[in-house]
Design a protein around this ligand. Structure first.
Ligand code: GDP
Ligand code: GDP
Length: 447
């Protein structure tokens, strides 16, 4: 499981600056799609081969004189409760403030591992920058400049080492062997996740594999359906509740992100008897950002008037049109209707996400696409696409090689994507097209 780092501190110390620096690499993955709301308080980062989740507790506003801890936004509390490591940021230019002390008290009570970080330290002397902050009793502070990047890499390395050190030994080995397609069922509270889990697992004996972590439990539940093996990940409803913070909200972004990132295929559950909400769109955004294969299931389809049903379909197209690559099913988890086709789509989404696309087949499809419709000229240059190869799986990445490809427009890229999707039946998975301009390695040098 990916370690979780929470960034905590009073406003203006540089949390979002650090957050952006840590998650920057992910931004390239998802273009700005219309209708896609992304909650920029959660992101994924990577140092070398080590991925991690980072939470920016941007919502934290200490409320005037009294009761800062009481007033602390629930979100911040939850972030701290769910973090492996808390990066507590203070402002090196401003020095120690009373709010910093209050936050320190809160963090100490949380029992979390805390790293004290002094930001905005570029061009300042270590000893003078840190002097103020020893008073907090949190040991030697780390000194960084989030804006310039100084010290950030070391800080993250250290945070990840700390996170792993807290995990039970051999935590990696405790992970059970692969059991078919791993599925995460995600959605906001009350959409019917637990009901769907129960319907899928049915009468089968539930063997829950507990992975006790210090802060979270991940449970994997293998089950069989029509002779096929699947594993449900971190399922709602059969999970034990954390003991640390009882008041945690029922819905957890961190747990959603964790289970999404461990899954092969995500089932996004929506509630037909409620409007599609901002929260649904947020969750959809996370899934899209993860690049995971996806099936959308609109639950509680039972007992709806047909006019309601039409309305829901229109609403869906309007609000979640950026998920159009995924199949949508209308189901009733309670009455167990539509489950068979839903699982068929899970299978095909997995197959699409992990498809092997050979260079000759891809190149043939590319040539076909260009023959049907050539890319437009840009000024005097016409982009020339030569061949395509697969650059990755899950999600599939198709790399197109040629010349002057920078002249290819977004609409034409989408046209290519659609052509590849149709040709290789890539339903249920995001698909990335990358353009690489360069010398044709197959071309002979001619004099
Ligand atoms: P947040 O409210 O804690 O999320 O803080 P922000 O990330 O929004 O930063 C607040 C201000 O501090 C902005 O004007 C940033 O440009 C500035 N800032 C952030 N990091 C640094 C840094 O490392 N050095 C300096 N000099 N300014 C910084
Ligand atoms: P969760 O919070 O997402 O795990 O949702 P639950 O599985 O606990 O379901 C919330 C409520 O919705 C419960 O009262 C369920 O009985 C009800 N529910 C779940 N699935 C369906 C369904 O397909 N149809 C109807 N009518 N109600 C459902």
């Amino acid at each position: 499981m990916k370690p979780v780092i929470a960034l905590v501190g009073r406003p203006n110390v540089g949390k979002s600056t650090l957050f952006n620096r840590l998650t920057r690499s992910r931004d390239a993955l998802v273009a700005d799609l219309p209708g896609l709301t992304r909650d920029r308080h959660y992101g994924e980062g990577r140092v070398g081969e080590r991925p991690f989740l980072v939470i920016d507790t941007g919502g934290f506003e200490p409320v005037a004189k009294e009761g800062i801890v009481k007033e602390m936004a629930l979100q911040t509390k939850q972030a701290v409760a769910e973090a492996d490591v808390v990066v507590f940021i203070v402002d090196g230019r401003q020095g120690l403030t009373p709010h910093d002390k209050t936050i320190t008290d809160f963090l100490r009570k949380s029992g979390r591992k805390v790293m004290l970080v002094v930001n905005k330290a570029e061009g300042m002397k270590y000893t003078s920058v840190v002097a103020d902050f020893y008073e907090l009793g949190m040991g030697d502070p780390y000194v960084i400049s989030a804006a310039h990047g100084d010290g950030v890499h070391d800080l993250v390395q250290e945070a990840l080492d700390t996170a792993f050190a807290q995990r039970p030994e051999d935590a990696e080995e405790l992970e059970p062997a692969e059991r078919g397609i791993k599925i995460a069922i995600v959605g906001r509270p009350n959409v019917g996740k637990s009901t769907l889990v129960n319907t899928l697992i049915g009468e089968q004996r539930v063997i829950a594999f507990d992975m006790p972590g210090t802060t979270r439990d991940s449970i994997e539940v293998p089950f069989e359906r029509d002779g096929k093996h699947y594993t449900l990940i971190d399922t709602a409803g059969i999970r034990r509740r954390g003991k640390v913070f009882e008041a945690i909200e029922k819905f957890s972004v961190v747990k959603t992100l964790q289970s999404v990132s461990e899954a092969h295929v995500v089932i996004l559950l929506l509630d037909a008897q409620q409007d599609i909400s901002e929260q649904d769109a947020h969750i959809a955004g996370f899934i899209l950002e993860s690049g995971r294969a996806l099936v959308v299931a609109v639950n509680k389809w039972d007992g709806l008037e047909s006019s309601d049903r039409d309305e829901i379909k229109i609403d869906l197209d309007r609000k979640l049109d950026f998920l159009s690559f995924a199949k949508t099913h209308f189901i009733s988890a309670l009455k167990a209707t539509g489950i068979g086709p839903l699982m068929k789509s899970v299978d095909s989404a997995y197959a699409a996400a992990t498809a092997d696309l050979s260079t000759p087949r891809l190149t043939r499809a590319l040539i076909e696409a260009v023959e049907k419709q050539e890319p437009k000229r840009k000024g005097s240059t016409r982009p020339k696409m030569r061949y395509a190869h697969q650059g990755g799986q899950n999600p599939p990445i198709i790399v197109i090689h040629g010349n002057s490809l920078e002249a290819i427009t977004e609409p034409y890229k989408r046209y290519l994507e659609k052509h590849f999707r149709d040709t290789f039946n890539l339903v249920g998975t995001p698909l990335r097209i990358e353009l690489r301009t360069g010398k044709n390695p197959f071309a002979r040098t001619q004099k």
